[in-house]
Design a protein. Structure first.
Lengths: 285, 386, 152
């Protein structure tokens, strides 16, 4: 199985099970149950990361969860968007500037930014799935000339739950990308699409024979998005998903995140669709 | 596995020599563990004398059954393997990873004190040597080594034993992991017991083993001794309790995730996780984060976990593998198939523990054979009645 | 070709329609224009027509007392509004509101049903066109019900 292209050799001597102590530099509320933390390293600069990777964030005395990095690869700190869905995320969401957070990482595989050069790029995000895609979107927009058409499709439950709404509004104004938003249901004040994300794919113009798609969201949404991408003619070897499983150690030692023969922590979370097509179709795998 | 034995000459030691071997290791401050009888089973625990070993005992093992029985000779190692494996020392069931303290000067983190005595393992079987090597690949040789494991492993002294008695559920021959220990030990013993002699043929497996052997009274082994040892081992190989056809087993299991056999075994499987506890290669763990009432102290503890628990695959409010069927399939497919993708070898060493210690007697070799006998079973009728 | 036939020929929903069938359909067609906020149809009303959207966006809504209408789907250029005309009692099951200025072709339901009864080849062709749209809508609705973005 292929693994992350990040150079691991200089990290191997650190004990991977021991968190580094980071400081909360900024807290940005996003939605009712979601906020973004900016974490700065204890000293010096933070380790480099690639778009698509994640860190394990530890709330003192409560526990650890895997959270994708959702800031730019050249931002000074690690930026994480956390949704309050359990004990650990609730504790992280309550943190104030100056608090200490344990951090292990970065881990995992990255979005295929180099492989997508020269092709049309589709980013398809569902719900909180926009957070792990954002560093890749930043990277593509920062090197816009290296890519063909750029299409960003974002699905959410309703207009109030759209993540990074201000940023989406700014992207919508750009002439060098096609951004479409859709929600499951809305009221008349909403002027964009209502419906599921896969339905947007046949509405946008792109060259399916030379396109790379990066998809992130609930697994159900990703499965049907892949169907729509394939119906549109995108090759299975050029569709990438970001998967999730129960994560404990994040370094391939605890066995929890297995997905068939793959470890999501090191063979994922970003995985190429053709390599997992069969496994994805098996229930309870 | 370590390189082949350093010194090809073999020697014989007596039962007194065996005690001298134990004494020599203890005098070098090793913490000695070996087989001993406790609670109706042969388990691994601290030993100091040959008298602690299960001399004159053997085990009767079948699916879901384990009984000790007296032998009619005084063989010291006349049994197979019990519920313990060496992973309980090298990859302990409970281990504190670190503790944290929050104070006026911020948060500090500290590592637990490392043990200062090294392990000596007495009576390690060939299948167990392979199991240790398999866990080495996972826990020590990956991009993120478990440093505590690596240290314990490096400093451990291993005295292996070649099996003279095949267990009722053993299939090391099918898995090519025994019965002869071919490497990965410091010294290995083959017990030669007849009416008028009781010796141990000793093979050296490392420089440390050779150095220790110099302290032990021994005499040269003859060609007759060596060939007797070979015959004993060959006899063991011919009396395996089970076989497992490993030909194409990875493709067989990975292409049959919906085989009806999984439903059938699910009716018998209690998801008790015994198999994962006794398996010498199962390595899965979980972590518990503890805080105290002051909110200023925290620690993380790692514990053995089992893919048979409902919580193992918990995600977003539910378990990915919520049925017993999916969990049994996960364990067996991982052990015999996915392991090969992940680590380049099978995860099974053919020790038979999972068969013996399953309360309902589920037999991994039988399950594999059932799937092999009818791959893609249950596809149903064709339309149009043809 | 008449103006309406030309429009039908270019509309994606009728791509590949045989010339004689296109003429039959055009015989039931007329132009519509809706300003933003105008309704194409109302729940419970007679489903006398279905619509092919030429330009603009139409929001499908359902009303319930005590809350503003919920939009559960938006349809754009090239898409179809209305399937209730196919199935008795031929009544609309939702509202359809023009979200923007919308130009559409309305096809008279009774007219087309009559022609399909008389020409089964036409009828079968219409079914083959409508069924994929319905299946897609049903599938999308299933996903929407599952509330995949909700907390679990």
């Amino acid at each position: 199985m292929s693994t992350a292209s990040t150079d691991l050799s200089r990290r191997a001597d650190l004990d991977a099970l021991r968190p580094q102590l980071y400081r909360v530099a900024r807290v940005q509320p996003e939605l009712a149950d979601t906020s973004t933390l900016e974490l700065e390293p204890p000293s010096g600069s933070r380790p480099a990361f690639e778009a698509g990777q994640f860190n394990m964030l530890y709330a003192f005395g409560v526990g650890e969860i895997a959270v994708s990095i959702s800031g730019a690869t050249d931002a000074p700190g690690f930026i994480h968007t956390v949704r309050n869905v359990g004990a650990v995320s609730a504790a992280l969401a309550k943190l104030e500037v100056g608090a200490t957070v344990g951090l292990r990482g970065p881990y995992g595989s990255a979005w295929p930014l180099a492989a997508a050069r020269g092709a049309d790029v589709l980013f398809v995000a569902g719900g909180l799935g926009l957070a792990p895609l954002r560093p890749a979107i930043y990277a593509v927009l920062a090197n816009r000339a290296h890519y063909g058409r750029v299409i960003i499709l974002v699905g959410s439950r309703n207009p109030a739950s759209l993540l990074y709404a201000d940023e989406l509004a700014r992207w919508q104004e750009r002439l060098d990308l096609d951004l479409r938003l859709t929600v499951d249901h809305a009221d008349a004040a909403w002027h964009s699409h209502v419906g599921v994300v896969p339905a947007l794919i046949r509405r946008v113009a792109f060259d399916a024979s030379d396109a790379v798609a990066m998809v992130c969201g609930p697994e159900l949404m990703m499965r049907f998005t892949v169907n729509a991408l394939r119906e549109a003619g995108v090759e299975p070897e050029r569709i990438y998903l970001s998967l999730e499983r129960n994560m404990k150690c994040a370094v391939g030692l605890c066995g929890h995140c297995q997905f068939g023969p793959a470890f999501i922590c090191k063979d994922g979370p970003v995985m190429r669709f053709d390599r997992i097509a069969q496994i994805l179709a098996v229930r309870e795998i | 596995m370590r390189p082949p034995p350093v010194d090809q000459t073999t020697v014989l030691i007596s039962c007194e020599g065996l005690q001298a071997l134990i004494d020599a290791l203890i005098s070098r401050d090793y913490e000695m563990f070996g087989p001993t009888v406790r609670d109706g089973a042969i388990i691994y625990d601290a030993i100091a004398r040959v008298a602690d070993l299960p001399t004159g005992w053997t085990d009767q093992q079948e699916a879901g059954r384990y009984r000790l029985q007296r032998r009619d000779d005084e063989a010291v190692f006349g049994f197979a393997v019990g519920p313990h494996s060496w992973k309980r020392f090298l990859h302990p069931p409970v281990e504190r990873l670190w503790s944290m303290r929050r104070g006026e000067d911020g948060v500090t983190i500290s590592d637990p004190a490392r043990r200062n005595r090294n392990y000596a393992f007495f009576g390690v079987r060939a299948c167990e040597l392979h199991a240790i090597a398999i866990q080495d690949r996972i826990l020590r040789d990956g991009p993120y080594p478990d440093t505590a494991y690596a240290t314990r492993r490096r400093d451990a002294f291993i005295v292996a034993v070649n099996c003279a008695q095949a267990g009722g559920t053993c299939f090391c021959v099918s898995m090519q992991t025994g019965p002869k220990a071919s490497g990965g030990f410091d010294l290995s013993l083959t017990e030669l017991v007849e009416r008028d002699r009781h010796d141990f043929l000793v093979e050296v497996g490392s420089r440390a083993g050779a150095a220790l052997l110099e302290q032990i009274p021994c005499r040269p082994a003859t060609a007759a001794d060596r060939s007797y040892a070979d015959r004993i081992i060959a006899r063991t190989a011919s009396r395996m309790g089970r076989t497992l056809d490993t030909d194409g087993i990875k493709e067989l299991l990975q292409s049959n995730p919906d085989h009806p056999r999984w439903d059938e075994v699910a009716e018998r499987c209690l998801s008790c996780g015994n198999c994962t506890m006794v398996c010498p290669t199962c390595f899965c763990t979980t972590v518990e984060d503890h805080g105290d009432l002051t909110g200023n102290c925290a620690e993380r503890v790692r514990k053995w976990d089992s893919c048979f628990t409902l919580d193992f695959s918990y995600l977003h409010g539910g378990s990915v593998r919520s049925s017993a069927r999916s969990r049994y399939r996960q364990w067996m497919t991982h052990k015999l198939a996915s392991w090969i993708n992940q680590f380049g070898s099978s995860g099974c060493v053919g020790c038979g523990r999972c068969i013996t210690w399953c309360p309902t007697g589920i037999d991994i070799t039988q399950e594999a054979a059932a799937i092999r006998a009818a791959p893609s079973a249950g596809k149903g009728e064709k339309h149009g009645g043809s | 070709m008449e103006g309406l036939e030309l429009i039908l020929a270019k509309h994606p929903f009728f791509a590949g329609l045989a010339v004689e069938h296109r003429q039959l359909v055009a015989g039931c067609a007329r132009n519509h224009r809706y300003d933003a906020g105008e309704y194409l149809c109302r729940e419970g009303g007679a489903a006398n027509e279905f619509f092919l959207i030429r330009h603009g966006q139409v929001a499908l809504e359902i009303s319930a007392p005590g809350r503003p209408p919920v939009v559960f789907a938006t349809l754009d250029e090239g898409e179809i509004v209305g399937a209730s005309w196919l199935v008795p009692p031929y009544r609309w099951l939702h509202d359809a509101r023009a979200a923007t200025l919308t130009r559409a072709i309305g096809i008279d339901a009774a007219c087309l049903r009559g022609k399909c009864e008389a020409d089964h080849d036409l009828g079968y062709d219409m079914m083959k066109r409508f069924l994929p749209v319905l299946v897609q809508r049903l599938h999308a609705t299933q996903l929407q019900i599952l509330d995949v973005y909700g907390k679990h």
